[in-house]
Design a protein around this ligand. Structure first.
Ligand code: ATP
Length: 228
């Protein structure tokens, strides 16, 4: 049984087509980098997986079609999305943000705060008063509190100071080493993506144009499709 299968995925925003055929498969516990230049369809692909936009093509989790499910049921089936722009409830405290998302499993307030000690230190602070990096940690913590089997991180290190970015990459490496969660990563740093991912899928103009193991992702391929 495959875990996540995306095949020939197409999606439109109104009359404008954004995806023309994206293929992506993931096994449980696997870390996959979804790569491509700006505007090529990475965020649209994850929005389609999470059923935040309508799409067509094959889209299954555990061989169950996600097309038939509303987004909250996709989340209940184990897909945790950390969307672009570190969304959390600004008026709620760190603890309230985390507990509001909680579903049973290994991830609890304690384990999330062990992964991100800054969150534990700021448990009673409102999210609005956190730094951008801390808000991003909170957004990841909220997704972990749902105890996902697939964690999707869309530009989780975007716009953050290098030291905070490093903390987030360290947390991602820890998730990979110590838990069985599958992770789909979108990020600008090919270097960091290459260090943590098992494989990569590259999208260009709404189509997947390359996929393979991270060892097969040569500098020439990165240069050609990602411009790095
Ligand atoms: P970035 O790294 O810049 O976020 P991306 O690879 O994630 O890029 P998408 O955000 O998926 O790209 O965008 C794919 C295409 O869909 C682009 O042409 C974009 O302009 C278009 N698009 C994205 N969101 C919308 C929207 N809400 N309405 C209309 N078009 C959109």
């Amino acid at each position: 049984m495959s875990f996540l299968t995306v095949e020939g995925l197409t999606a439109t925003y109104g009359s404008s087509q954004a995806l023309f055929g994206v293929d992506l498969t993931m096994a449980e516990g696997e870390v996959t980098a979804l790569m491509g230049r700006n505007g090529m369809g990475k965020t649209t692909t994850v929005k389609a997986i999470c059923r935040m936009i309508r799409s067509e093509g094959k889209l299954t989790l555990d061989d169950v079609s996600l097309h038939d499910l509303p987004s909250y049921k996709v989340a209940r089936r184990g897909v945790g999305l950390v969307p672009e722009g570190r969304r959390c409830f600004a008026g709620l405290t760190v603890r309230e943000n985390l507990t509001a998302a909680a579903r049973p499993g290994a991830w609890t307030l304690q384990t999330v705060c062990a992964l991100f000690p800054r969150l534990g230190e700021r448990e009673n602070q409102r999210a609005a008063s956190l730094s951008g990096g801390e808000q991003q940690m909170l957004a990841i913590g909220r997704a972990l509190m749902t105890n996902p089997r697939l964690l999707i991180l869309d530009e989780a290190t975007e716009g953050l100071a290098p030291i905070i970015r490093e903390e987030i990459w360290a947390a991602i490496r820890k998730l990979k080493a110590e838990t069985g969660v599958a992770i789909l990563l979108i990020d600008k740093s090919v270097k960091e993506l290459s260090s943590v991912s098992d494989k990569a899928v590259i999208v260009e103009k709404g189509r997947s144009v390359w996929s393979g193991s991270i060892a097969e992702l040569t500098p020439e391929i990165s240069e050609k499709y990602v411009g790095v």
